[in-house]
Design a protein around this ligand. Structure first.
Ligand code: HXC
Length: 514
């Protein structure tokens, strides 16, 4: 072997070990894979094409001249996932905690630019302590470069972030700007600043898990969209998620060979809504019965559980599902569920994924906290997102569709293409008791037996308003269908709507209530 080749091989070998064997062993001891092991687990075998493997930083402050590692804390390049091209980077925590240097940012920005130019998804495997402290303000600027790309790529190519270590500072803001954040039990954390700094600044004592562990971000903050039991499962979730998404916003999502009968009717659906109107049922059962067998991937399953959002397939085609969940908070819309729905609707719209909305909600959640924390501001996001969406939209009212929430949940006037209702639907301005107490106050006050009279008025109101027929009469519902017919109806409707073209007025961008 000549000297040139020997030199190249030596440098490549160095790049492969990153921060060294000791730190790799430490990484393994924490139950974490190395950056290269993660890439090998996620990408099709032999498909990875690396860039910048030999790049190093040029900082000499704080003894950094002695800490130069080829690749500088990130492995970046291109590969394939189930045959589909992706751009990808994986932080190498063994090199200075995967902290972001100028060089690291340049490598990530390079694959990001190429992803945009080629119209392919960008996947980030994050395991980084944020801005590299030794590089000072230059590393902050380096994040600025990445954030700009995250934002410009938003709605153009899918951006998926997997959090696989303690991520702080810019290493959480960049993922937060992407479309999906996946966390893994036991190894991932997200915070703008860690427990030590919090203790120093505010005096609060909190563990890393309680501050920014996977449970916190999947159930309370809503920062994370999916929770995996392990790193390996988190990487599998990336593959699954991608299977519902197109390569970019000019393409349709991938279609799979249907494995379920298009005209299948499920008689259980006719019995699913309980006879007593306040009795809960699980909307997951409706989703499972209607869409292609085992095709539902729920997004945000632990956050704002009064709403359900996720991807599924209908006759092999990707669809986005939005639903109220009567089994949780009676399906009322509150601040968090409004954010959850609005974001998902807007994601589906960006990536040409038709929307199917199931409605069973008593309305927006009343309460002082809700009002004070901005239910008006957050609730209006649902309206905004549905109105703005130009993908095919089909709505099915299964039971309650009350007041503003009926309108907000993709009613006909919000440019829904087709609106169906089950016979159990109750489409009205408000519930019977509330309405009677407003409309019949004087008569009830003067009555000898107000309770009996109220019962009579409630029954009358029920008969007149608590059904789908007034809405069907006024054209707000296209058809009242048997619940078991829902799947074939949807299959046919989406087939017709597949070539739908609808445009919004030209503008720089709308101003979503934030
Ligand atoms: C340089 C860093 C670093 C950083 C970690 N390291 N973070 N080096 N810059 N930001 C180094 C450590 O010195 C250590 O080096 C190695 O990485 C592993 O770190 P440990 O602390 O030993 O690991 P662990 O105990 O797992 O803790 C990980 C951590 C902690 C929670 C990430 O290191 C930490 O709190 N780091 C600082 C996080 C932070 O506040 N970042 C915000 C930066 S500001 P050795 O040589 O010992 O192996 C920012 C703003 C951007 O990002 C702009 C946003 C708008």
């Amino acid at each position: 072997m000549n000297d040139d080749l020997a030199r190249l091989r030596e440098m490549r070998e160095k790049a492969v070990v990153g921060g060294g064997e000791k730190r790799i062993a430490e990484q393994h001891k924490r139950g974490k894979m190395t950056a290269r092991e993660r890439l090998a687990a996620l990408l099709d075998e032999g498909s990875f094409q690396e860039i910048g493997a030999l790049a190093t930083h040029n900082c000499s402050d704080f003894g950094m001249a002695a800490q130069r590692y080829p690749g500088d804390g990130v492995v970046a390049g291109f590969g394939k996932i189930n045959g589909r091209r992706v751009a990808i980077f994986a932080h190498d925590f063994t090199v200075l905690g995967g902290s972001l240097s100028v060089v690291q940012s340049q490598k990530i920005c390079r694959v990001h630019d190429l992803a945009m130019e080629s119209g392919i998804p960008l996947i980030g495997l994050n395991d980084s302590g944020g801005a590299r402290i030794q590089e000072g303000v230059r590393s902050l600027a380096a994040y600025g470069e990445m954030f700009t790309r995250n934002v410009l790529a938003s709605g153009v190519i899918p951006q998926i972030s997997v959090i696989l270590g303690p991520c702080a500072g810019g290493a959480v803001y960049s993922p937060a700007l992407t479309d999906f954040v996946i966390m893994a039990e036991g190894t991932s954390f997200m915070f703008i600043t860690g427990p030590e700094v919090i203790k120093a600044v505010t005096g609060e004592q909190v563990s890393a898990v309680d501050l920014g562990g996977p449970a916190v971000h999947n159930s309370r903050s809503g920062v994370a969209h999916l929770l995996a039991a392990s790193e390996a499962q988190a990487l599998e979730l990336v593959k699954l998620l991608l299977s519902y998404l197109p390569q970019n916003n000019t393409e349709d999502p991938p279609q799979v060979v249907p494995h379920d009968v298009a005209d299948r009717m499920d008689d259980r659906l006719n019995e699913i809504v309980p006879a007593r109107e306040n009795e809960p049922y699980d909307m997951h059962e409706v989703i499972e019965a209607v869409f292609d067998h085992d095709s539902f991937l729920e997004i945000h399953p632990y956050f704002a559980r009064n709403a359900i959002v996720g991807f599924a397939r209908l006759d092999g085609h990707s669809v986005g599902i939005v639903a109220n969940q009567p089994a949780h908070l009676a399906g009322a819309l509150d601040i968090d569920s409004s954010d959850k729905i609005a974001r998902f609707v807007s994601t589906c719209d960006a990536f040409n994924i038709p929307l199917v909305t199931f409605v069973d909600t008593p309305g927006y959640l009343p309460g002082v906290d809700q009002e004070h924390y901005g239910i008006i501001r957050h609730g209006s996001k649902v309206i905004y997102a549905f109105c703005q969406a130009t993908v095919p939209k089909i709505t099915i009212v299964t039971r309650k569709a009350m007041g503003g929430a009926y309108v907000a949940m993709c009613s006909k006037q919000m440019r829904s293409d087709l609106a169906f209702a089950w016979p159990s639907a109750q489409i009205a301005v408000m519930g019977a008791v509330g309405a009677v107490r407003v409309l019949r106050r004087k008569e009830l006050a003067a009555a000898g037996d107000p309770e009996a009279l109220e019962g009579q008025f409630v029954a009358e109101y029920h008969e007149r308003f608590m059904n789908p027929y007034m809405a069907a009469d006024t054209g707000q519902i296209d058809e009242v269908i048997e619940p078991r017919e829902t799947r074939p109806r949807l299959v046919r409707a989406l087939e017709v709507l597949r070539t739908k073209v609808q445009q919004n007025p030209p503008k720089k961008h709308g101003i979503i209530p934030m």
